[in-house]
Design a protein around this ligand. Structure first.
Ligand SMILES: [Zn+2]
Ligand SMILES: [Zn+2]
Length: 228
């Protein structure tokens, strides 16, 4: 099978189904939307049991919310970095800190609301460390790289062919006027920039973000060089 990348989008939320010698799903999406993945698999003629891995780019609800349902549907292993693991195993709704003054005003009330929420928890089958993870054994020519900054346990999948699935590390939907940029919220802004530098060094050519359309790495690079 040649490399296939299918984007499954609901509103502003992207999940990616990647097929090579095996199928994997990148991110599980907001809660109670597993049916959309099921329909996409049916449309492609792929048996859900052929999906071998559900890789969570990080532990936020909009990426891990349907992981439990999709684990049941596919029987796939769920992989997450060790630093975001506790959130998904308890269904804890973590709220990233917004940069700047808006965050200082809006951050607290959002945290209070989120504290009362939970999403369906999921047990991690594969716990990713800082050294990352090769996906060769799942039939994918690529590796998971630890790219912290948005959360401590954020990871990206970099395929040998240059495509990178970066979760909320940044992309097309975050900057002003929806120009390429880093997300408006996270754990450590400088760490986000360092993670981008790492991805550029590793040879990323095309970026598949968690929100918004895909974009060439050169566009992101130009946007960040201006900011740095
Ligand atoms: Zn996030
Ligand atoms: Zn997100």
């Amino acid at each position: 099978m040649t490399l296939q990348i299918h984007t499954i989008t609901i509103g502003a939320f992207n999940r990616y189904l990647v097929g090579d010698e095996g199928w994997i799903l990148i991110d599980a999406g907001i809660p109670y939307t597993a049916g959309r993945v099921e329909r996409t698999l049916a449309w492609l003629g792929v048996d859900p049991r052929e999906v071998r891995l559900i890789l969570l780019t990080h532990g936020h609800i909009d990426h891990a919310g349907s992981a439990s349902a999709l684990q049941r549907l596919t029987g796939a292993s769920v992989a997450i970095h060790e630093r975001d693991r506790a959130w998904v195993e308890s269904g804890y709704v973590a709220v990233p800190r917004m940069w700047g003054r808006v965050g200082q005003i809006a951050g607290r009330p959002i945290e209070w609301i989120a504290r009362a929420m939970r999403f369906p928890p999921v047990q991690a089958d594969v716990v990713i460390g800082d050294a990352g993870l090769s996906l060769e054994s799942y039939g994918i020519h690529g590796r998971v790289i630890h790219t912290p900054g948005h959360t401590r346990g954020s990871v990206s999948l970099l395929l040998e062919s240059g495509e990178a699935f970066v979760g909320d590390l940044g992309g097309g939907a975050h900057g002003p006027g929806r120009k390429p940029g880093i997300p408006p919220a996270g754990n450590d802004r400088n760490q986000i920039l360092a993670s981008w530098e790492r991805l550029f060094r590793e040879g990323v050519t095309t970026i598949y973000p968690g929100h918004g359309p895909l974009l060439p790495a050169s566009a992101m690079r130009a946007a960040l060089d201006v900011r740095i």
